[in-house]
Design a protein around this ligand. Structure first.
Ligand code: ADP
Length: 244
């Protein structure tokens, strides 16, 4: 079974289509880079994939169920754009990662196996030394690692990230994408919305290039050798010209 199956998906804000007739499949173990110009519908498409938006037309199947009816919320970890805002709550790093376990714990006690899973998740993303720190005291890159650890503690099968390193320094960015690659090699399916094409061609195994419509979906090497990027961005230029 595919992780995600989009069939002819269309979505408009009011009457302005942001995503149109997109069909694509994400298989378990894929590292999909979602690229396209500014305003091309990447975030909208990601939200449709995760069931956070419902398509006007077409269907999105996530782990075999309609995405918006996903019954097991732990299977997807979502890391939104780095906003620099820790939400104001005085939570520690460990507490945030523990939250990932709560759906598994339910009404039973938080046990030693849950604690072990939290410790492993902290360790895996390299934030064990920050476990007692307030989330709000961390850098943007460190916070994003904590959110990944929360998804790992939840035993997520799919990690979806929306431009996770905006505002993160260059050195931390490289290490961050390296971590994603390792997690993917360990079996986690990754979808990464990223404006930096170089990052996508370096780290992703497959690419979806959109500008409202899907211009390309396939493996990274074939993408690099195709004209998809020029076509997608060229169309954007026309749209921009049209608007002015
Ligand atoms: P990207 O992530 O590629 O920058 P988005 O999916 O954020 O693109 O946006 C696609 C288009 O939809 C843009 O024209 C944007 O202005 C519009 N859009 C995004 N969110 C909203 C919203 N909540 N209401 C109205 N229009 C929106």
């Amino acid at each position: 079974m595919s992780v995600l199956e989009l069939t002819d998906v269309t979505y408009a804000y009011d009457d302005r289509p942001a995503v149109e007739a997109v069909s694509l499949t994400v298989e378990a173990g894929d590292f999909l880079g979602l690229v396209g110009p500014n305003g091309s519908g990447k975030t909208t498409l990601l939200k449709l994939m995760l069931g956070l938006l419902r398509p006007d037309r077409g269907s999105v199947s996530l782990f075999g169920e309609p995405a918006h009816e996903q019954s097991d919320g732990t299977r997807v970890g979502y890391v939104a754009q780095a906003t620099g805002d820790a939400g104001g709550m005085p939570v520690t790093v460990r507490e945030v990662v523990r939250m990932g376990r709560y759906p598994h714990v339910g009404l039973r006690r938080f046990g030693s196996s849950d604690r072990r899973r939290v410790d492993e998740a902290l360790e895996r993303v390299g934030v064990t030394h920050l476990a007692s720190r307030r989330l709000s005291s961390l850098s943007g890159g460190q916070k994003q690692r904590v959110y990944i650890a929360r998804a790992l503690a939840a035993d997520a099968d799919l990690l979806a990230l929306d431009e996770p390193t905006v505002g993160v320094d260059t050195e931390s960015r490289a290490a961050f994408f390296e971590l994603l690659r390792e997690l993917n090699r360990d079996g986690l399916t990754v979808i990464l919305v990223e404006h930096d094409i170089g990052v996508v061609t370096t780290f992703a195994s497959t690419v979806a290039c959109i500008n409202r419509n899907l211009f390309f979906h396939g493996d990274t090497l074939a993408f690099s050798e195709s004209d998809a990027l020029g076509e997608a961005y060229g169309e954007n230029q026309e749209l921009l010209d049209h608007r002015h």
